[in-house]
Design a protein around this ligand. Structure first.
Ligand code: ZN
Length: 130
């Protein structure tokens, strides 16, 4: 897509691998984490202690986050075949940053989709950080 680059334009491959692994381990439930970016690349997941199950708890969990401006959005898994957002997901997106990822079964490198806070699909470049 032409136009200026988004503030957050990439994601570290290792972060995606961690997302896939966490999603698999959380089955049959969802997994959710906050994402941190550095220089426009999502480079870290922020896990908080506790068990996260379902959308309401996910939202509660995110309210426990410290105010941290390197947090750019959220990632969560769907234990099903769709990586499209639900109404509850969209509410989550609007409250916690401008870059969000949803992944679906089978949780591989083709399972994920990134969205902005309005739920529009966005492209993120997969980056190999050292
Ligand atoms: Zn969802």
């Amino acid at each position: 897509m032409l136009g200026k680059k988004r503030k957050v334009w990439g994601i570290d491959r290792q972060v995606l691998e961690m997302v896939n692994e966490s999603a698999k381990q959380s089955l049959p439930n969802e997994f959710v984490a906050a994402m941190r970016a550095e220089d426009g690349v999502i480079s870290e997941l922020l896990f908080l202690p506790g068990t996260i199950q379902g959308q309401d708890n996910a939202t509660l969990f995110l309210h426990m986050l410290p105010i941290d401006y390197s947090v750019v959005g959220t990632v969560h898994s769907h234990p099903g075949p769709s990586n499209h957002w639900s109404g509850a997901d969209l509410q989550l997106f609007r409250r916690f940053g401008n870059t969000h990822i949803i992944t679906k079964l089978p949780y591989d490198m083709h399972s994920w989709q990134a969205y902005d806070m309005e739920g529009n699909k966005i492209e993120l470049e997969v980056v190999d950080l050292d």
